[in-house]
Design a protein around this ligand. Sequence first.
Ligand SMILES: [Fe+2]
Ligand SMILES: [Fe+2]
Length: 171
Amino acid sequence: MARVGNSIIKGIEVDEVIRLLNKAYADEWLAYYQYYIEEKVVTGIMSKSAVTELAEHAADELRHADMIANRIMQLGGTPLLNPKEWFTHTNCGYEEPKDFDVVAILEDAIKGEQCAIKTYSSIVDLTRDKDIVTYDIVSQILADEVEHEEDLQALKDDITDFVEQVKKSIK
Ligand SMILES: [Fe+2]
Ligand SMILES: [Fe+2]
């Protein structure tokens, strides 16, 4: 544990920061797996573009899990050791893909990103001016989640516009 590093944390308990980070850590692993499996099963129109996007997001969520685990260790905590705990600690849950169509998959993924944005936004608020290092890490992650939502929404809009155009052209 970084003793002097931890001594600069003011106005929030280190244990509380670790608790919040472990919940986000659970979210990241579940988000990683959700993207990983969605990328495998997705079908339908323009699903190749979705595969590329989903694979990139999976890699980002795993990178986020790593950033959070490192910060938990630095604070003197222990990242969740058992995957069972992901389900008891998660903020955003896990959306099992039931409909493999690309639009349904993208809608599930957008929901997940919107929850991630809310979660990180609240950790940013709780750590601002109190734990600068955690604040910096969660701010970086928050920017990625905002970009994820935007990328997925743009792709979903492209696909639905394309489908509308095809429908019009065959009328
Ligand atoms: Fe993430
Ligand atoms: Fe994300």
